[in-house]
Design a protein around this ligand. Sequence first.
Ligand code: FAD
Ligand code: NAP
Length: 534
Amino acid sequence: MSEATNQLDVLVVGAGFGGMYMLHRARQLGLRAQVLEAGSDVGGTWYWNRYPGARCDVESLEYSYQFDEALQQEWQWSERYAPQPEILAYCQHVAERFDLRRDIEFNTRVLSAHFDEAAKRWSVTTERGQTFQAQFVVMATGCLSVPNVPEIDGAERFKGPIYHTGRWPKEGVDFTGKRVAVLGTGSSGIQSIPLIAQQAKSLTVFQRTPNHSVPAQNKPLDPTLEAAIKKNYADLRARNAQETIGFGARHPSNQGSVLEASPEEREAQFEYHWQLGGLLFMRAFGDMGLSAEANEYAAEFIRNKIRQKVKDPATAAKLLPDTAVGCKRLCADSGYFETFNQPHVSLVDLQETPLKGLYEDGVETESGRFEVDAVVFATGFDAMTGALSRIDIRGRAGQKLSDAWAEGPKTYLGLQVVGFPNLFTVTGPGSPSVLTNMLPSIEQHVRFITDAIADTKAAGLSTMEAQQGAQDAWVGHVNEVGNATIYPSCNSWYVGANIPGKPRVFMPYLGFPAYCEKCDAVKAAGYEGFERAA
Ligand code: FAD
Ligand code: NAP
């Protein structure tokens, strides 16, 4: 080990939006930081998810960094919701602008992180055989960075290529003239299916659970709107910081109750928010996320839209969701349901005819065989804990994080875990993360973590660690808030239900502004709930 690698203040894992800002802010505070990244470049989500149709579902003028005024003024988005290549180009621009790459080692997967109690330092090893020592470790490893590749019988026998949306080949895929199967109808499937259908000779979609989707209403970015926002960007950012979801302040949410609204008002609000597009639909009424009865009105509104869009009534019936709107992240599409009106596109309902597996020439269900040339898994991710559980993380007395989280993740503020001093997670379970616009959530976490590290060092202290009582209280609070909503009500990745054997726990915390206020108060009280020691 060289002297340099032993002198790190902070070792950061991951070079997505979280890791990049972590490095920048650590440098600003005079900390020596190094980032390790498994991919060959920056971008994280936007580096790996290159499938056709991939784009953000939070407007780009809001789904972007706000820490640097010149950056947010100068960067120009081309569409309301930028496509993946543009978001990746933005990440690359940020890396160049702030000279980040010189402290990022790419193609470097972290295998383990062990805390040495005597030295009060972490020792981190990589797949390339390196060992790094650092006082603090920050896991910026992403909530949706480990693809869920289902174990499907016969996958090894299938003669054609198998792709996962979250590991799409850099050179792209040409489906021209091909018979294609897509498995999965979450956001990734719903975004990619219309575009794959445009190319493929035939497309068969295998659906396990029908999903709610609202048209994104994507369009070229209006230069007048852009100019108006950029005139006082700070104002929009500040107003978004008051929103439970961290975005959307330009479209005030209706706090009224669906249950108290007249049928006409109900229809008008739903239609208005449908036209706004995508996730903004959730702002139609204040109680949609709280009451199953209220939510059912929204669900029926969406079902009616599907019935209107899909011409074949049998296909439309299979596409009708029976879950609460939003309990799985609401999808934002561009022509998803209409795709099923095309003669070369068909839908297989896996609830009617369960999947048996793949065979040499295609996909097999209990009702028969479907010959295809290529299979696309749009089957999602081992979310929120997946990346952390794949690293051998050991804290005090060699305790493994995987053991500490055997019954589901437990954290204080989604930032730290009892028994793992000086280890931080960016947008970890127990923080608002995936229920928000993730850019401001990431920035808020990075600010808290970098300040905490700098303050701890400035105070001449060596360690910072969550206290048991504070963690227990926080976990209880996160559950209480989640359980008062419709969010844990279905089998989503929010509760780990997409991964066989994963404990069922609602992992994110609902309530962005309240969370940020709590973090500010914790910091102002000398990092209340954390123990800091010499
Ligand atoms: P990531 O971008 O996931 O980066 C984590 C990085 O850590 C990855 O590059 C990974 O390779 C690396 N890593 C992980 N483990 C290791 C290891 N052991 N060793 C080395 N490196 C490692 N959020 C929104 O708010 N709005 C959106 O519109 C939106 N759209 C999305 C679309 C898709 C297709 C997906 C999958 C997610 C989307 N998200 C969206 C969530 C998105 O993940 C976040 O917004 C954000 O990009 C996360 O940044 P991050 O840096 O925290 O994590
Ligand atoms: P996802 O929401 O988890 O959807 C995965 C799909 O695959 C579901 O339809 C699931 O069915 C199905 N599936 C999983 N395992 C299966 C199996 N063994 N057999 C058959 N079907 C199976 O994953 P995702 O679509 O990749 O999206 C994940 C998250 O990433 C999103 O919720 C969102 O936060 C983010 N994202 C955002 C965008 C965007 O619009 N900006 C785009 C993509 C992703 P079940 O429902 O039955 O489990």
